[in-house]
Design a protein around this ligand. Structure first.
Ligand SMILES: *[C@@H]1O[C@H](CO)[C@@H](O)[C@H](O)[C@H]1NC(C)=O
Ligand SMILES: *[C@@H]1O[C@H](CO)[C@@H](O)[C@H](O)[C@H]1NC(C)=O
Ligand SMILES: *[C@@H]1O[C@H](CO)[C@@H](O)[C@H](O)[C@H]1NC(C)=O
Ligand SMILES: *[C@@H]1O[C@H](CO)[C@@H](O)[C@H](O)[C@H]1NC(C)=O
Length: 434
């Protein structure tokens, strides 16, 4: 693509929200950070609705989107309800229902409208055992029957309950008694049901597992990892699985939360396509740092590079040194990046509005230091505040607002404990294919 075409694409303003980037801060159409944690996605007509809890007070928040990328905030849904974790939409029938967890009870809310006006319908322990329940999920089986997924807080049982046709919580149909699991979600592919759960490690991520059954009535067997164990589910915890049944392909989407250390406002989201092999009973996350699914065809695509700024061609200071790098595009990268040892990229192209760019760098241990950037000499921003995956992946997409034109200066530095090492490969801008 020629630079003039590039500027046209930037000027049209579509670039800012064109990709799903796991772990990055995602913004709604008003420019605010999306605040819908422990959530789920429900399709109604051609529109996707994302319900989740607000980080500050766990009130249910609803967003809508035509494409799973561009989300409009429809606001808080139940003005008087707070402390309701992991809300999910139940399949509506006459009236509309949200289910979630409050004080380890199952809380159900009801409204006469799909958007807004929800208030408490019931708050119940599950009979007959009076177990207390924590993380909850929802599964829409072929759009005919909805199931509510519960995790007992005290008995390590994940169970599947029918939602009755009147919207109330119905009987248990199956359960999983295989260890300490929570955060359940179910996806069905080629007639096989897959139950995805996380371990119980608080806000810290762990290797999430998949169990399978040929009936929603169980029995559930298995327990394999959905990602390489060392990745801890790419720093996330399961919340929901979405099926995008397109004209060419059905794409199954893993939706997880990248919690901060307290499940607070800086928590982000990790969404990725899943590879499902129904015959082998395996589900694995197909991780990409940026991707999207065409919701009409179901086809997944990835951005192609428009422009790269190589670190070894940038202005280097302090103890930085250029070294060979087998995995780098230009086969070279800049090592020794630190506080007074920086890489300054000049003339970076900006749109004047929010845009994606990706930092390509590696650290030896993301637990003991931070990479940061200065954009046009503004105060330092830790890259981890723009993307929870910072330091854990060689490509870290972030959204920044740069000045329009080839006029931006981005300086890359790092701060860390003794022995923290950062090497910078470059910065990448992406081609828009709208
Ligand atoms: C986002 O979606 C709305 C409709 O929901 C549309 O009006 C708007 O143009 C979209 N914006 C982008 C950047 O795609
Ligand atoms: C909807 O709920 C009503 C009870 O409120 C019930 O009679 C009816 O069968 C339900 N319809 C469906 C499609 O589940
Ligand atoms: C930035 O671009 C200007 C012209 O647009 C050029 O004169 C200058 O040398 C460039 N700076 C760097 C560091 O490449
Ligand atoms: C960035 O990270 C460093 C090192 O972890 C920390 O000391 C500093 O407070 C952080 N800065 C901001 C603005 O959060």
């Amino acid at each position: 693509m020629r630079p003039s075409t590039l500027l046209w694409a930037f000027a049209s303003g579509v670039l800012g929200a064109s990709w799903i980037a796991p772990g990055a801060v995602w913004y709604d159409t008003s420019g605010a950070k999306i605040d819908a944690h422990g959530g789920g996605v429900f399709k109604r007509g051609d529109t996707f609705y994302w319900i989740g809890h607000a980080a500050a007070n766990q009130t249910p928040m609803l967003y809508s989107s035509p494409d799973l990328i561009n989300w409009t905030n429809l606001g808080a849904q139940a003005s008087s309800v707070t402390g309701m974790w992991r809300p999910k939409i139940a399949k509506p029938n006459g009236s509309f229902w949200l289910f979630g967890q409050q004080d380890r009870y199952v809380l159900s809310l009801k409204s006469a409208n799909f958007v807004g006006g929800y208030s408490q319908s019931a708050k119940v322990y599950i009979p007959p055992n009076s177990y207390s329940y924590s993380d909850t999920g929802m599964f829409y089986d072929d759009s005919t029957q909805t199931y509510y997924l519960l995790t007992s807080a005290d008995h390590n049982i994940v169970q599947v309950n029918r939602i009755n046709s009147d919207g109330t919580l119905g009987d248990k149909v199956s359960d999983l008694r295989a260890g300490a699991y929570e955060a359940p979600g179910i996806v069905k592919a080629d007639g096989v049901y897959f139950l995805i759960v996380s371990g119980k490690t608080g806000w810290r991520s762990n290797p999430n597992k998949v169990f399978w059954a040929t009936s929603i009535n169980g029995p559930w067997t298995g327990g394999s990892d959905i990602a390489p164990a060392a990745e801890n589910t790419y720093g996330s915890q399961n919340t929901f699985e979405l099926t995008v049944a397109g004209s060419q392909k059905t794409t199954y989407v893993y939706m997880g939360d990248a919690w901060d250390s307290k499940g607070g406002a800086s928590s982000n989201y990790v969404w990725a396509p899943m590879n499902i092999n129904a015959g082998a009973h395996t589900v694995t996350i197909d991780y990409h740092s940026m991707w999207k699914v065409d919701v009409k065809t179901g086809v997944v695509s990835y951005p192609s590079t428009l422009k790269r700024y190589e670190a070894e061609h940038a202005v280097l200071s302090g103890r930085t040194v250029v070294k060979e790098c087998g995995g780098c595009v230009s086969k070279r990268s800049v090592h020794g990046v630190g506080d007074a040892s920086e890489v300054t990229f000049h003339n970076v192209t900006g749109t004047g509005s929010r845009q994606w760019l990706s930092f390509h760098y590696q650290v030896n241990n993301p637990e003991v230091g931070e990479a940061h950037i200065y954009v046009n000499d503004e105060p330092a921003i830790n890259i981890s505040s723009l993307n929870s995956r910072a330091g854990y992946h060689t490509s870290t997409p972030v959204q920044l607002t740069l000045k329009a034109g080839d006029v931006n200066t981005i300086t890359f530095g790092a701060t860390g404990a003794e022995g923290f090492e950062v090497s910078v490969d470059g910065i990448e801008l992406f081609e828009e294919d709208e």
